[in-house]
Design a protein around this ligand. Structure first.
Ligand code: ADP
Length: 273
């Protein structure tokens, strides 16, 4: 299993932040196909995202949601087609923060909350330099913004799921990210923690950060987001939830594995915890 901290450090190269080309969308995918060996994970996907949008990416297990995020963060490249972030290849941008699924992170890793948030500064500081005053101030402000400053010296593994989620959002804030990608951020959170999470996401979004989450929860996507992207290897639809989550589109994405009870949509095929 990948270790989230290690892979983050492995990706932390000393590179210059790419320029944002004027007039270009935040993200653009043009006829993108991604394969892992014989498996097609994304097939001829095209769409554009603009700054300030709050988007939920939904679809059954194996639909390509994580693959899409890995493309956006520059971790993988398409086999064909092109992806651009503000007009250039995503790899060179420091403005994207990615919070992987909880199961991809080794929570036993011996680091404090402050260490994790400071990792958001690593690429800007340079791996082998010491954090300066501005870095430490940004880390402290970020911890305060997500209400976990009193936990700054705790080991990350000692925190609850909701608190750990906040730590990673603080890391994105310390990084001064403009695009925040969260993969299944609600897994394992109880209802009050989910509510706190959405309040925080709204505040982050109001401060100008574009937030995108992957979720298998269609009802939550419909309730909380003004844009939904429905994936099933190909892009089924993108737009307002009431248009995207139509019976026809849902049948195209989930086949017969979906039922509705009143306004609630229930998918048989979800949900790997
Ligand atoms: P989702 O996040 O929607 O569950 P993924 O992007 O994880 O979908 O996976 C899309 C498809 O690609 C699935 O069939 C999955 O098994 C496959 N896949 C994902 N990652 C890998 C990998 N590293 N190696 C081989 N196949 C992979």
């Amino acid at each position: 299993m990948a270790n989230g901290f290690t892979s983050f450090l492995q990706r932390s190269k000393l590179i210059h932040d790419a320029t944002h080309l004027p007039g270009t969308p935040l993200f653009r995918a043009d006829n993108v196909t991604v394969r892992y060996g014989d498996t097609v994970a994304l097939d001829a996907v095209s769409f554009e995202l603009n700054t300030g949008e709050q988007v939920a990416v939904v679809g059954p297990n194996g639909a390509g949601k994580s693959t899409l995020f890995r493309l956006m963060v520059g971790e993988i490249r398409p086999n064909s087609g092109t992806v651009t972030l503000y007009g250039s290849t995503p790899t060179d941008h420091l403005c994207v923060a990615y919070v992987p699924q909880r199961k991809a992170i080794d929570w036993r890793f011996p680091v404090t909350v402050t260490d994790v948030v400071m990792m958001g500064r690593v690429r800007k500081i340079g791996l082998f330099r010491h954090p300066g005053r501005r870095d430490r101030d940004l880390v402290r402000d970020s911890l305060e913004r997500v209400n976990i400053a009193p936990l700054a010296d705790k080991q990350i593994g000692e925190l609850s799921g909701g608190q750990q989620q906040r730590v990673f959002i603080a890391r994105a804030l310390a990084q001064e990210a403009e695009l925040l990608l969260l993969d299944e951020p609600l897994t394992g959170l109880d209802m009050p923690s989910q509510e706190r999470f959405f309040n925080l996401l709204d505040a982050v979004s109001d401060s100008g950060v574009t937030t995108i989450i992957a979720t298998h929860d269609l009802n939550l996507a419909a309730r909380q987001f003004d844009q939904v992207m429905l994936l099933n290897t190909h892009l089924v639809a993108i737009g307002a939830p009431e248009q995207v989550l139509s019976a026809e589109n849902l049948a195209a994405a989930y086949g017969g594995h979906l039922h509705t009870v009143g306004d609630v949509i229930i998918a048989d095929t979800c949900c790997e915890e």
